[in-house]
Design a protein around this ligand. Structure first.
Ligand code: PEP
Ligand code: MG
Length: 588
């Protein structure tokens, strides 16, 4: 397929990293390494295994060097991506299988590494889970490096680029993104991938615009073609006209100036025009993210997803290691609340190390996950509870239990909290005796009968991500049914109202920590329904704060009353959008 010279053409993909870029294409060819295949004598087998061991060692050193560079130049979190690569090199199952293959086939080690590696990649790519599919790309990255070290053939590196380019490829691996000097990289466009690809995570943290999931784009485009990349809306335009460039130039300026204006709000309180306060909190996945929450003016952390300390870790963190991480976050928050959610493993969040084993189930979202699993594995749970309690002397730490379905689970969790307290007392260790604990309301049974949970909760936090998926029976990760995932469904709104009213009656605080809490269009409605707090990704805090500061509580209550009366969610959305656009127009 080709294009007429200078014919403008627009392609649509997935917006993966925000920003606008314009420049020449560097097309990264998907160069397959040539893997030599030959028979070996029995007497050569030991030498082949030795060659394999050496290549594993060299590959490990190379990845550690890349990791160190990234740690220095980008950050600790991004460097940790390469832990997954190092884990592949330690995977005894994979290494053992390659050696067994060598022994049975009597062929060189490259052949068995290639065959075993591709079997693993194939298996990962088939899994109906975005996270695990992405791990296939980690495996591919390591395998290419390992094979290149065995064969002596060079990988295509990008360090040689002389001027800045838009990098276009079928797929990029994290070590490639990381090997380019930021000043030489305008944007990244790939045929495959998703927002959670590691290469994209690296791009985001380097502030490089990215569009992924572009189909066969890399076959349409040529080296040095002129392209414009819109990482906000996931568009790529080949041969953009003067008019298009002007439009995008203006758009880019507007977005940047909007961000600057909003950032000025970070140190102002989150209060409506008529004086109603709503706490705006941050969702974090590790203790370092608490810094970003503070920079963005969060009133605290409303959700620390601690399962991420177990996912991608080489081993499960011990009580002391967890204590360090929770204390660090508490200290960073300087007395602001830190709500630590106990491990929510299972479902879409599977641990990668073998210390915690969650069985394969046909319906994991309705299965053995989160609190269900923690109540069975008391030692693991008590370990975490003790770590949280010990850290509670460094700030306003609160404990939150995920996936509570009813009263007895909540009571069992609180009973174990008392056990953890007495274990610490026995050892003479300090903690906050009156630490608050609360239930996440994210299962319909808990939401509908939340009056039975009030007595045993100091607060409620509504997890709308799961609550909506379970209420409407719509998998939150399945794009085929995504149109049914409707936060404005009358059933959802009624249930939110029930939970918030019940909390108020029971004199406990209630907030929302699902993704809707960070959607500035939804915020007036949620405030009107009666939330005390909203917890969201730090990056959206300024826009949400702007909306809160530019409405009255009375307006929010009117919107909520309208929404509860209306049967059609599209109508509610129209009114919410009008309201939002009206407030945003006042920003200019
Ligand atoms: C939720 O379900 O809304 C929630 C915040 O938890 P998670 O997204 O981690 O399941
Ligand atoms: Mg949840």
């Amino acid at each position: 397929m080709g294009l007429e010279p200078s014919e403008e053409k627009e392609f649509k993909g997935i917006a993966a990293s925000p920003g606008i870029a314009h420049g020449e294409v560097y097309l990264l060819s998907e160069k397959e390494l040539t893997v030599p295949r030959y028979k070996i004598e029995d007497s050569q087998k030991d030498a082949e295994i030795k060659r394999f061991d050496e290549a594993l060692l060299v590959t490990r050193r190379q990845i550690q060097t890349i990791q160190e560079e990234i740690r220095k130049n980008i950050g600790e979190d991004e460097a940790r991506i390469f832990d997954a690569h190092l884990l592949v090199l330690e995977d005894q199952a994979l290494i053992g299988e390659a050696i067994r293959e060598l022994e049975t086939n009597g062929e060189n080690i490259e052949t068995s590494v290639w065959e075993v590696g591709h079997r693993y990649i194939e298996a990962f790519s088939q899994i109906d889970d975005e996270y695990l599919r992405e791990r296939a790309s980690d495996l591919k990255d390591v395998l290419r490096r390992l094979l290149s070290n065995l064969t002596g053939e060079n990988l295509e590196q990008l360090g040689h680029l002389e001027k800045a380019h838009v990098l276009v490829a079928r797929d990029v691996v994290p070590s490639q993104t990381a090997s380019v000097d930021r000043s030489k990289l305008l944007a990244i466009v790939t045929d495959v991938g998703s927002k959670t690809s590691h290469a994209v995570i690296v791009a985001r943290s380097m502030n490089v615009p990215a569009v992924v999931g572009m189909g066969d784009f890399s076959k349409v485009i040529k080296h040095a073609d002129d392209v414009l990349v819109d990482g906000y809306d996931g568009k790529v335009i080949i041969n953009p006209s003067e008019k298009t460039l002007f439009k995008y130039g203006k758009l880019d300026e507007e977005r940047k100036s909007l961000q600057q204006r909003l950032i000025r709000l970070t140190n102002l309180p989150s209060v409506t025009r008529d004086g109603h306060a709503v706490s705006l909190m941050a969702n974090i996945e590790n203790s370092e993210e608490a810094h970003q929450a503070m920079v963005m003016g969060a009133d605290g952390v409303g959700l620390f997803r601690t399962e991420y300390l177990f996912i991608n870790a080489r081993h499960s963190p011990s009580e002391d290691e967890q204590f360090e991480m929770y204390s660090a976050a508490a200290k960073t928050l300087e007395g602001k609340p830190l709500v630590i959610r106990t491990i929510d493993l299972g479902g879409d969040k599977m641990p990668t190390n073998s210390d915690v084993v969650i069985p394969n189930e046909s319906n994991p979202f309705l299965g053995y996950r989160a609190i269900r699993f923690c109540l069975d594995f008391e030692d693991l749970f008590l370990n975490q509870l003790r770590a949280i309690l010990r850290a509670s002397v460094f700030g306003d730490i609160r404990i939150m239990y995920p996936m509570i379905s009813g009263r007895s689970e909540l009571r069992q969790a609180n009973r174990l909290l008392e056990v953890a307290k007495s274990q610490l007392k026995e050892k003479g260790l300090e903690f906050n005796e009156s630490i608050k604990s609360g239930a996440m309301i994210e299962i319909p049974s808990a939401a509908i009968a939340c009056d039975t949970l009030v007595e045993d909760s100091d607060f409620f936090s509504i997890g709308t991500n799961d609550l909506i998926q379970y209420m409407i029976a719509v998998d939150r990760m399945n794009d085929r049914v995504a149109h049914l995932y409707d936060p404005l469904h009358p059933a959802v709104l009624r249930v939110l109202k029930t939970v918030l009213d019940t909390a108020k009656k029971g004199k406990i605080e209630a907030g929302i920590c699902g993704e809707v809490a960070g959607d500035p269009i939804m915020v007036p409605l949620l405030v009107g329904l009666g939330v005390d707090s909203l917890s969201m990704s730090s990056s959206v805090l300024p826009s949400v704060k702007y909306v809160v500061q530019n409405m009255t509580y009375a307006e929010a209550q009117n919107l909520a009353a309208m929404a509860l009366e209306e049967d059609y969610s599209a109508k509610i959305m129209e009114t919410l959008l009008d309201f939002y656009n009206d407030r945003m127009s006042q920003l200019y």
